[in-house]
Design a protein around this ligand. Structure first.
Ligand code: 7RM
Length: 676
């Protein structure tokens, strides 16, 4: 394995340590002070970076928008093609084709390619299981496993274009199964291991899957998740078209094997050779379907195709995470989410990087598991979610303090707006004040990062994803599609197609058009569903989903803004804000608040918090309701389920789909807790 990086700490993270910077991490940091702070990339970091200055970024970005075909043609040289493309982009709104006429294979790009030279013995995946075992898989070992499992898929009847569900714990075999599908041109649809039988069934039906790859069980907080049993239940009524289930033995829990339908992964692997030439795919052949929630109850299958997706994944991973050959790169997302697809599997492997993969929970057996892993494996890049960061803050600084985190050189966040306090904590306590933070905005639909700092180039400010990536024509527009001025809140759109954009909603072309392309059909803009503003430096501040924007007495108010204000109070660990009906103002503000350990939930504190919000934003943002709770209802990917909170805040009984809820008990407790 390549030796570890021990970057010299930057001399000073910022020129003049304002009150906030000088404060110890445990100290209370005022939001409005933090927001004024700008963190310039240190000279040491910039010197070695792929993109070493803001000017270099701006020049390249302008070039990429002026002649996108030329720009992407240049970038596409970094992929391994079996046949060169004829045209870079054909755009007939809302349908794009990228690299038509080209042929390539994603698995060959992510694996075989790195086996030709010295990288063949480089670690591709360093894995740690929740019980504590570790495995290191080199690129040549990965090639062998992927090729063998591709033969297993074929042996069991999978062909090009067939849909294969993958319902696995976070183990290397999940990535192996994905890459094996890509190797033969089968279309995978990963179903998060935390989802229920019902979700497996829905996805199997909607995608028309004929095969499922799963495991006997997976570990979560010391318990075993009965994955195979969930699959059995999903297939029980025989309504899906699934003919074959391949079962990896992970947890050794007892399972049922349905003769004629189920086979063991390890037995099948004995029947095959490691000879499986990657099958050439057309650029626009489907690579995967990933289901994601929309505004309705039924998740939609977002379709991504071969060349454009891979290119987006490769180019963003290299530049945003400033990948170097000796990095140990850890993305904490599960493969069940888009972040796990693009930044745990396809992006880093396309770049020949070493990826760290951890199976379990961050607080198992104790709240220092992440920091222990970083110290043990010499992790240099950490990519995680704000919700995790806020949990770490709640658990206390003593946990990271136990471990040597000096191998880290870069931090990233994704999934939701990060409140400046969490950003500062991440920067100071985890990054030791020396690591740049990339706050990356993107979506399942965009396939790859769209708005982000480049760590050697872009000065960052806590709470903003900063500037668009190359080739991304992001803008804030009003309802008529007119671009707005500085600090005017509007809708976030993308005005030009990009290689890794979604190609459709599986089996539902109407929903594709209506959801993303109707809002600005005249202009041909992609509508993200997010609200945002750009500040005087052109930085994008994402305020959250449009449906999360409140209108209180005619004033636009981001729920994230109010949450940020609440979290900036020293007593608050986490907050979720939704609108509630208000006779006079139209909409009122309802806040659900979890407190830090030792804080007392009483009327006095409620009043203090109301005042605090009023001081931070303005009297208009003062919460009408505050409910203290010991947990917030979240999806398994950590997103707060506002739909449920809205119902509770409105005094209704909770109805609709709760299958993605992490902990159903939270709901019962919330409903029991009132506003008094
Ligand atoms: C990658 C992912 C997408 C939605 C998106 C936003 C929110 C994601 C950020 C963010 C502010 C960020 N895909 N979002 N990243 N908001 N800053 N850096 O999360 O499809 O699951 O969600 O998440 O609302 O539209 S996703």
């Amino acid at each position: 394995m390549a030796k570890k990086l021990t970057p010299k700490p930057a001399k000073k993270a910022a020129k003049k340590p304002a009150a906030a910077a000088a404060a110890k991490p445990s100290d209370h940091i005022e939001s409005h002070l933090v927001e004024k702070r700008v963190f310039k990339p240190s000279r040491a970091f910039a010197k070695q970076a792929h993109v070493p200055s803001l000017d270099a970024y701006r020049d390249e970005w302008k070039r990429s928008l002026r002649s996108p075909d030329k720009f992407w043609a240049g970038e596409a040289k970094g992929l391994l093609w079996r046949k060169k493309w004829k045209t870079v982009c054909e755009w007939k709104p809302p349908f794009a084709k990228w690299f038509s006429g080209g042929r390539l294979n994603v698995a060959e790009n992510c694996v075989d390619r790195h086996c030709a030279g010295p990288d063949k013995n480089k670690a591709a995946i360093i894995w740690e299981g929740e019980p504590g075992e570790t495995r290191t898989i080199t690129y040549s070992q990965l090639r062998r496993e992927v090729a063998k499992f591709a033969n297993v898929l074929k042996r069991n009847g999978a062909k090009k274009g067939d849909r294969v569900l993958i319902y696995m714990p976070l183990i290397p075999e999940a990535a192996i199964a994905m890459l094996a599908c890509a190797r033969i041109g089968a279309v995978h649809s990963v179903v998060f291991g935390g989802f229920s039988s019902e979700s497996i069934k829905d996805r199997a039906l909607d995608s028309g899957a004929t095969m499922i790859v799963t495991a006997d069980g997976g570990y979560r907080r010391g318990a075993i998740v009965p994955l195979k049993q969930n699959v059995d239940n999903a297939l029980k009524d025989g309504s899906t078209g699934v003919k074959r289930v391949i079962v990896f033995r992970r947890a050794h829990n007892e399972i049922h094997i349905e003769e004629g339908r189920d086979v063991w992964w390890h037995r099948e692997m004995d029947y095959v050779t490691p000879d499986c030439p990657p099958a050439e795919q057309e650029s626009e052949d489907p690579l995967f379907i990933l289901y994601t929630s929309g505004s309705t109850g039924k998740p939609k299958g977002i379709l991504h195709t071969t060349a454009g997706y891979l290119l987006g994944a490769q180019v963003t991973t290299r530049n945003v995470f400033d990948l170097r050959p000796d990095d140990v790169y850890w993305c904490t997302a599960d493969v069940g989410w888009i972040t796990g697809h693009t930044y745990l599997v396809y992006g880093p492997l396309a770049n020949g990087a070493t990826v760290l993969m951890y199976e379990g929970a961050p607080n198992w057996p104790e709240p220092d598991r992440f920091w222990r892993i970083i110290a043990q494996h010499g992790v240099t890049i950490l990519y995680t979610a704000p919700t995790a960061i806020r949990a770490f803050i709640k658990w206390g600084n003593e946990w990271p303090a136990k471990h040597d985190l000096s191998s880290l050189r870069l931090l990233g966040t994704v999934g939701e707006p990060i409140n400046p306090e969490a950003w500062m904590w991440y920067h100071q306590v985890i990054g030791g004040g020396r690591c740049p933070i990339v706050d990356t905005w993107w979506q399942t639909e965009t396939g790859a990062i769209m708005i982000t700092p480049l760590p050697g180039a872009t000065p960052t400010k806590p709470g903003t994803a900063t500037l668009p990536f190359y080739g991304v024509d992001a803008a804030i527009v009003d309802d008529a599609g007119r671009e707005l001025g500085a600090n005017e809140g509007g809708k976030l759109v993308v005005r030009k197609p990009w290689p890794s954009m979604l190609r459709g909603v599986w089996g539902d072309p109407k929903r594709y058009k209506e959801q993303y392309w109707t809002e600005y059909s005249k202009q041909g803009f992609y509508f993200t569903g997010d609200g945002a503003r750009r500040d005087e430096d052109g930085y994008f501040w994402i305020t959250g989903r449009i449906d999360d924007v409140l209108n209180v007495a005619g004033h636009r108010l981001g729920t994230a803004e109010v949450e940020s204000a609440l979290v900036s109070h020293e007593a608050v660990a986490e907050a979720a804000v939704v609108g509630c009906p208000d006779e006079i103002k139209g909409q009122g503000v309802a806040a659900f608040v979890t407190l830090k350990g030792g804080m007392k939930a009483d009327k006095d504190l409620k009043e203090k918090l109301r005042r605090h919000v009023s001081e931070m934003i303005g009297p208009i943002a003062k919460p009408d309701q505050i409910r203290f709770t010991d947990a917030l209802p979240k999806t398994r990917s950590g997103k707060i389920m506002r739909r449920l909170l809205k119902q509770i805040a409105a005094g209704q009984t909770v109805s609709g789909d709760t299958t993605t809820l992490e902990d159903l008990n939270v709901l019962a407790r919330l409903q029991a807790a009132d506003d008094e």
